[in-house]
Design a protein around this ligand. Structure first.
Ligand code: PEP
Ligand code: MG
Length: 611
């Protein structure tokens, strides 16, 4: 959300102005864990592969080198296990200890483990060289992929590779992590979960990292530890020295190197403000999403990718799971998840959320989300290629297994099945036929399953909007996926930074498409949800309520703020603002309308200043 123009700058809570000279040097990255940290940089140097010794082995040396590598892998695994032991159930990272288990498993990842042994064997490279080569190959293979999650998984392999290298070369960087002085801001090219797990929480005031995005494990852990963090800073680890004073603002993604006293003073104020704001917001999460005039017409749910996110969803006040992206079960692994494994995950989520509803989206893989286990051919235009329901109907073996698991798990809660990327009626009809076949199969096998399962579609392709009236007759609910709907209808590749400036949730075309879906839903007597990112941005809320959306599903962290906003408006105001927005010709005007409104209504609110 942009900073509204009406705010009096003197009283404003916007971040203080900074320049790019030597004091107050400004850097920008992605704010992934909110809050302000002011402290001294501790730069964790990177173990560069250039410093690895390189040597061609004699044939006789090969067996010994392979066992040296295997020994280093064992030692690395032991080290990670011992780090894990220190994370007891009451440690703030207790919920994330599984990441370390994943790293232990990754040490034996086929690409990494077998690949390295092959390089030692066939190319007669010494172990350090072979490991660094394999790490480089894995990194460059993943470099061409846009999907942030997959990139993170490649980085996980990198972390374990570095750990093995450290053992092979007898280098330890852990001492630095262990001996952090108080008030440290960790500055690093990257930071592995094992490193993060070893820090003394009370000594660390922030993370400033070159790499990574919102789904990096550093980001996940920083949020759990409630440590402000910024990733994607590109070169901070080269630009900052240990001992430099730095300020990091995890809400805006701003880093200030060598701030002057005035800047520090202003950021201290902002730090206090942020703390108080967060404390006050959390309470809203547990309140009902009821408008000022008593309308309780919208359900607030969370989008999740992993079972572990359920707790965050609950503590932030989610009234159900509006989108469970099941593809994360399939990504970053060489094999397919079995029916049993899937069943167990779906069951846990359904049981854990009962009696609240859980919307399970069937596999949305393909396009930029590549699963190693599901080989798809190279496509020129993957976003419009064999992905989501198209891929599932092409690989019915995978789809049937998933449907079986969902149908079985649905006995344990209020389950809704969501089909992504439907672009015509045939896809929906075929899916429903397949579902019936799977039900018959389960029935004849004598396996318990839910006979009545609500089926909905993600409305995210413009053709689905155009035939929403027809589709409404065939489904129990609609869920609008604005992330893709905007991409396809405005012809903007959602992962291309060059056209990102055109990506606008308040484009009059998008509002009209949403209105059309809601009208078709209402005429067909089915509820309409929204689970794209648009649903969690407070500025959109009056219009989404005004249009009559029944459920908003969002990143759990956005829920308290959204509930606060809903509780402060009336449905009449929402309808009035919606009416006004529909008289406007350009997104810019609509932004102006909503931002002025929100600024007037919440002049003291912190979140409106996060830009
Ligand atoms: C969407 O497209 O809006 C959506 C919710 O799905 P995803 O972001 O996973 O494509
Ligand atoms: Mg989508």
């Amino acid at each position: 959300m942009k900073t509204p123009k009406k705010v009096d700058k003197k009283k404003s809570r916007t971040p203080p102005r900074v320049n790019e000279n030597d004091t107050n040097r400004l850097m920008r990255g992605i704010g992934v864990s909110g809050g302000v940290g002011i402290g001294q940089a501790v730069v964790i140097e990177r173990l560069t592969t250039e410093i690895c010794p390189k040597r061609i082995l004699s044939p006789e040396e090969v067996p010994h080198e392979i066992s040296r590598f295997e020994g280093a892998v064992e030692a690395a695994a032991e080290r990670i296990k011992s780090i894990k032991k220190h994370i007891g159930p009451h440690h703030p990272l207790g919920d994330h200890a599984y990441i370390l288990d994943t790293h232990i498993l990754l040490l034996k990842d086929k690409m990494f483990y077998e690949g390295t042994k092959k390089a030692i064997n066939a190319e007669r490279q010494n172990a350090e060289w072979a490991v660094s080569e394999i790490m480089m190959r894995i990194t460059s293979a993943f470099d061409t992929i846009e999907d942030e999650y997959l990139k993170e998984r490649a980085r996980d392999i990198h972390f374990v590779g570095e750990r093995v290298l450290r053992v092979l070369m007898g280098i330890s960087t852990e001492s630095k992590i262990h001996q952090l002085p108080p008030n440290s801001i960790i500055v690093s090219h990257d930071l592995s979960p094992a490193d993060t797990a070893q820090i003394k929480r009370e000594c660390v005031l922030g993370f400033a990292i070159d790499m990574g995005g919102r789904t990096s494990h550093t980001a996940i852990m920083a949020r759990s530890l409630k440590i402000p963090a910024i990733t994607g800073l590109e070169s901070i680890s080269r630009q900052v020295q240990t001992g430099d004073t730095i300020v990091i603002d995890g809400s805006t993604g701003v880093v200030i190197v060598n701030p002057d006293p005035d800047m520090i003073f202003r950021y201290r104020e902002r730090q206090e403000l942020y703390k108080k704001y967060q404390q006050s917001l959390m309470a809203y999460g547990q309140l009902p999403a009821v408008t000022r005039d008593g309308s309780r017409s919208v359900r607030i749910s969370a989008n999740i990718e992993l079972v572990d996110e359920m707790e965050i969803a609950r503590s932030h006040g989610a009234e159900g799971i509006g989108l469970f992206r099941t593809e994360y079960l399939f990504l970053g692994r060489p094999d397919l998840p079995s029916e049993e494994e899937q069943f167990e995950v779906y069951r846990q989520i359904l049981k854990g959320n009962a009696p609240n509803p859980v919307t399970i989206r069937t596999l949305d893989i393909g396009g930029d989300k590549i699963a190693i286990s599901v080989s798809t051919s190279q496509e020129t235009n993957p976003a419009m290629g064999l992905r989501a329901i198209r891929l599932c109907l092409n690989r019915t073996d995978i789809f049937r297994t998933q449907l079986r698991a969902i149908l079985r798990a649905a006995v344990y809660g209020d389950c809704r099945l969501l089909i992504p990327m439907v672009s015509c009626l045939t896809e929906l009809v075929t899916t429903k036929q397949l579902l019936e076949e799977v039900k018959r199969e389960l029935g004849s096998d004598g396996i318990p399953f839910a006979r009545q399962l609500k089926i909905g579609i993600l409305v995210e392709v413009p053709s689905a909007v155009a035939i929403a009236d027809l589709l409404a007759k065939e489904v129990d609910f609609f869920s609008i996926g604005t992330n893709d709907l905007i991409q396809y209808s405005l012809a903007i590749d959602r992962v291309n930074e060059h056209v990102n400036y055109l990506y606008d949730t308040l484009h009059p075309a998008i509002l009209r498409l949403i209105r059309q879906v809601v009208s078709a839903g209402q005429a067909g007597g089915i509820p309409v949800s929204m689970c794209g990112e648009m649903a969690g941005d407070p500025v959109n809320i009056p219009i989404l309520l005004g249009l009559g959306i029944d459920e908003l599903s969002m990143n759990a962290l956005a829920i308290p703020m959204v509930k606060k906003l809903i509780r402060a408006i009336s449905m009449d105001e929402c309808r009035e603002l919606t009416w006004q927005a529909f008289q406007m010709y350009e997104a810019r005007e609509i932004h102006g309308l909503l931002e002025s409104w929100i600024t007037e209504r919440f002049p003291k609110d912190y979140f409106i200043d996060q830009s």
